[in-house]
Design a protein around this ligand. Structure first.
Ligand code: GLC
Ligand code: CA
Length: 515
């Protein structure tokens, strides 16, 4: 069967953090019905796909990335039936939806873990990574110990209440380490496939996979983990050829080999993503003191390594990093979105970024959010109580909202035709009308010099070539360019001047030109 995932080519994703999006039963926490109610809104912005953060049963020690039952929706969001209805409502609108699969670890409250803590051997004894003695720690990993009858320490993946599931070791050098094809690791993987089967049969379109690159341990080059995902892809090709997989991995040369369609550029590791938006002098600040060149060379390196598949997704933000609007503002945001919406790979817009929602400073941590809590505050819809997010008393809201008098809302942004919201809507429309600008269009960088502005690149597909020029700096700049812009399809902040192989670019500008 030939898989049909071609919708990805012009997909523009909207990331929904379910607890903070829209509350319809007044308990202060967002829910599935609330998401359904807002699908038309998402569509009106131009997004045609959704990534939903984990929405499964959980004690919420890490906001749901600590699953205690993979087969049940968390009651606070609704039932499995409600979630199924959400899938259907997306499809009715020609939209697609990815769930968040957390295969690396569970909550300590998962039944598997409770069983695996028992001293007598049972089906779940090898589901997690345990050493043979309480006195031996799993090397290089944090651990849980002293709470089980079983004599051993259990490796953890993230917080200390998230025990690592056992997919085996690429190289084993201790008796308790099991190879990937050991019985325990194989059973873990089969169970993960069952979970995928369950939700795909119910109608979801695929998964964003949490920490996808770290499942097999002692696997420095990722060879074991790649093999594991190839095995998953074979299963999907057999049973769900249309299932889409997007990885949180950050190494597209590896993840694409593993059968993922796209990989995220991460805000940690070597991607230089933070140079763009989140550092002392971001490239997208109008101060114009940023440096885009290291980002571009790393991007080009990944692009070459992944055979120009170009499916590296650059998100506007997510639930793990500061809001975009914490370090750049106003027109800078519009110019940043011109970049985000004209790069290869599907763009991901984090809920609220389309209205310039701010990072809420000084919040106490909620559900293991810590510094991330300020980026997870409830969506601001309108000027009614709690910005239209919920009818609950203010103190009951999942996280405190931005209380500034001028906080942006969907209502104010959609009413103002010069708003960020309208700029993004226009940019999405233009992207979707031009193949060259979409996920699979090629990219070549035309100008990306050290400590210099602008950034210019060519996107192309079939017979179409589009030159993108981005100048966030508050000064006019000029660059040499062998291409002569023919027709303008988008501009913000003035007009360029092209003559004799040189293009001069106004301050705070972005523009797309057919060549
Ligand atoms: C991913 C998630 C993050 C979570 C972590 C552990 O990085 O995006 O929110 O805390 O994995 O599951
Ligand atoms: Ca609710």
């Amino acid at each position: 069967m030939k898989s049909n995932t071609s919708w990805l080519d012009n997909a523009v994703f909207y990331e929904i953090y379910p607890q903070s999006f829209n509350d319809t039963n007044g308990d202060g926490i967002g829910d599935f019905n609330g998401i359904i109610e807002k699908l038309d809104y998402i569509k009106s912005l131009g997004c045609n796909a959704v990534w939903l953060n984990p929405c499964f049963e959980s004690p919420f020690g890490d906001a749901g990335y600590d699953v205690s039952d993979y087969y049940s929706a968390a009651p606070r969001y609704g039932t499995n039936e409600d979630l199924k209805r959400l899938f259907e409502e997306c499809h009715k609108r020609d939209m697609h939806i990815l769930l968040d699969l957390v295969p690396g670890h569970t909550s300590v409250e998962h039944n598997w873990f409770k069983e695996s803590m028992k001293s007598e051997k049972n089906t779940y004894s090898d589901r997690y990574i345990w050493t043979d003695s309480i006195w031996e720690e799993p090397q290089g990993m944090g651990c849980i110990r002293g709470i089980s009858d079983r004599d051993g320490s259990c490796a953890v993946n993230f917080f200390s209440h998230q025990p690592a599931l056992n997919y085996g070791f690429y190289k084993c050098d201790r008796p308790w380490q099991q190879p990937m094809d050991g019985e325990g690791p194989r059973a873990t993987l089969e169970e993960m496939k069952n979970i995928m089967r369950f939700w795909l049969s119910m109608g979801c379109d695929g998964f964003r996979v949490d920490m996808a690159g770290s499942l097999v341990k002692h696997d420095e080059d990722g060879k074991g983990t790649i093999k594991l995902w190839q095995n998953v892809r074979e299963f999907l090709d057999r049973e769900f050829p249309e299932a889409v997989m997007v990885s949180e991995w950050g190494e597209p040369d590896k993840s694409l080999q593993g059968g993922f369609h796209m990989d995220f550029l991460l805000h940690f590791g070597p991607s230089h993503y933070n140079d763009l938006f989140r550092c002392e002098e971001p490239f997208f600040s109008s101060r114009g003191k940023g440096n885009v060149s290291e980002f571009v060379s790393k991007y080009e390196e990944n692009y070459e390594k992944s055979e120009k598949k170009g499916l590296i997704c650059i998100p506007s933000g997510n639930h793990d990093m500061d809001r975009l609007a914490r370090s750049i503002k106003g027109d800078e945001l519009k110019i940043a979105f011109a970049f985000l919406l004209s790069m290869p790979g599907a763009p991901f817009i984090y809920y609220g970024d389309e209205i310039g929602m701010r990072y809420v400073e000084g919040l106490a941590s909620v559900e293991g959010g810590y510094g991330r809590t300020g980026s997870r505050s409830p969506m601001q819809w309108d000027n009614t109580v709690n910005a239209g997010f919920s009818s609950a008393p203010k103190e009951k809201l999942y996280i405190k909202q931005d209380e500034s008098a001028d906080r942006p809302t969907v209502q104010s942004q959609t009413a103002d035709e010069n708003s960020l919201w309208h700029e993004i809507q226009q940019l999405i429309r233009i992207r979707q009308a031009h193949k060259a600008l979409q996920s699979n269009g090629e990219i070549t960088f035309v100008y990306a010099e050290k400590n210099a502005y602008p950034l210019a690149y060519m996107r192309s597909a079939e017979n179409e070539k589009i030159l993108v020029i981005i100048n966030p700096a508050g000064r006019e700049v000029c660059f040499e360019c062998e291409y002569a812009p023919k027709e303008k399809i988008y501009s913000f902040g003035g007009e360029i001047n092209a003559a004799e192989g040189k293009i001069s670019v106004p301050p705070c500008f972005s523009g797309f030109y057919i060549i």
